[in-house]
Design a protein around this ligand. Structure first.
Ligand code: XLS
Ligand code: NI
Ligand code: NI
Length: 438
């Protein structure tokens, strides 16, 4: 087989002091820390769409990176991309990948022909998975690119479009199952609205719930054993998306009785678009038993859209991994780099620099998060801050022995009260101390 990235050799761990740009400084896949190998803690995945389909196009300009890999027609390009993808997975030591149906096989004239292309590519990917020992973290359907989905898919005003989307997702679930995927994602790119003047919001949300239930039941009926995830995002491409943030999605799932079926795939840049921190969204998912998987990327605080940059902010990665540890770690989920090169990063080498940076950042995040846990002062501070709930009136409230009358009596007798200091500045400096030791 032709080598697509001959200039890059296998990327190995060389430790923090190496000056080799094609080596890991912090990610040492088989090193056991916190009771598990790093590769098992982190479960890194490649995003097929950004890495093998995105060519660096923006609203104002053409692509800067050719991703045809020498292919001369759409299916030849698709096959070459698959071979190139597995070379990149091997060289970076990535165990997983994530894909949309349309990433692996281009859409044809009819649904029937498109499905036949998907079958051909599924056969090739099955073979490549086996030969290279790679796995699918999750699959999904692209129900936002084609003009038929201009007004939504599951929330389209057209029942015919809804039916088409249902059929497309059914097929995407079949190929994800055939490829042994451990998850299936629903990201509602256009499941929202641009103006309420033309929108029946109640019907659109009920229909979305109908679609989710039908697809999940179908998936189980054909033996899909993985997780189902909803990926919240507040806006872009629609002005308002129904899957706004973790809390909104959890409310939606509970309203329609779907909360036992779906977990969340939290994306860092979507959190910031919703004016939350990444850590906030992960925490909301965790405390509601909905933590599932992560799209690891980062936005730019000065830009109000989904810039999907490779994550390099070690502080955010540390706080993210702290939430992952608190959630008990990944089960079927993992860290998918839903991230792309900046348009001016126009060499294939940049793909490797980007993944090395993202993987090292999260490896560093994991190392720091484990140090924060081992240090114990942060957890001890929080426990102390809430200690009034363990004894006295707090214990009586929680056990149900103090009702409104007892609380009034307590307050009348006690006089004015104040919480103890939150010590934010002390804690931020404490985290810095843990970050910048060793
Ligand atoms: C877009 C989303 C998308 C999903 C998969 O903003 O992040 O890439 O992860 O459809
Ligand atoms: Ni995403
Ligand atoms: Ni995104």
């Amino acid at each position: 087989m032709k080598e697509f990235f001959p200039q890059v050799r296998e990327i190995l761990y060389e430790g923090p002091k190496t000056d080799n740009p094609f080596a890991f400084r912090f990610y040492n896949p088989d090193e056991v820390i916190g009771g598990k190998k790093m590769r098992e803690h982190l479960r890194f995945a490649m995003s097929y769409w950004h890495t093998f389909c995105g060519e660096g196009v923006d609203m104002f300009g053409a692509g800067t990176l050719d991703k045809s890999f020498g292919g001369k027609n759409p299916m030849e390009i698709a096959r070459n991309r698959a071979h190139a993808a597995f070379e990149l997975l091997d060289k970076l030591g990535l165990d997983y990948y994530c894909f949309h149906d349309r990433d692996i096989a281009p859409e044809a004239q009819t649904l029937r022909e498109t499905n036949a292309r998907l079958d051909e590519m599924t056969a090739l990917l099955t073979q490549l998975n086996r030969e290279h020992g790679k796995k699918v973290l999750w699959g999904t359907a692209n129900c936002f690119y084609n003009p038929r989905y201009a007004a939504g898919a599951g929330t389209s005003p057209s029942a015919e479009v809804f039916a088409f989307a249902a059929a497309q997702i059914k097929k995407a679930i079949e190929i994800t199952t055939a490829l042994g995927g451990s998850g299936y994602v629903f990201w509602g790119g256009r499941e929202g609205y641009d103006t309420l003047l033309n929108t029946d919001m109640a019907l659109e949300q009920e229909n979305m719930a109908r679609l989710l239930r039908m697809e999940a039941e179908y998936a189980r009926s054909i033996g899909f054993k993985g997780d189902f995830y909803i990926e919240p995002k507040p806006k872009e491409p629609t002005k308002h998306q129904y899957d706004f943030d973790a809390a909104t999605v959890i409310g939606f799932l509970k309203k329609f009785g779907l909360d036992d079926i779906f977990k969340l795939n939290i994306e860092a840049n979507h959190a910031t678009l919703a004016q939350h921190t990444f850590q906030h969204e992960l925490c909301v998912a965790r405390i509601n038993g909905a933590f599932g998987s992560i799209d690891a990327n980062q936005g730019d605080p000065l830009l109000g859209w989904d810039t999907d940059q490779f994550p390099t902010n070690a502080y955010d990665a540390a706080l993210c991994m702290l939430e992952v540890l608190r959630a008990g770690g990944f089960v079927n989920g993992g860290l998918n780099f839903d991230a792309k090169l900046r348009r001016a990063s126009c060499d294939m080498d940049d793909l490797f620099h980007a993944y090395i940076a993202g993987m090292d950042t999260f490896a560093l995040g994991l190392r720091i998060a484990l140090r924060i846990v081992a240090d114990g002062r942060l957890d001890a501070f929080v426990a102390q801050r809430y200690s009034s709930w363990k004894t006295g009136i707090g214990e009586q409230i929680i056990s149900g022995r103090a009702g409104i009358a007892e609380l009034e009596r307590f307050a009348l007798e006690k006089g004015d009260v104040m919480p103890s200091s939150g010590r934010q500045e002390y804690l931020e400096n404490l985290i810095n101390g843990i970050l910048f030791t060793e």
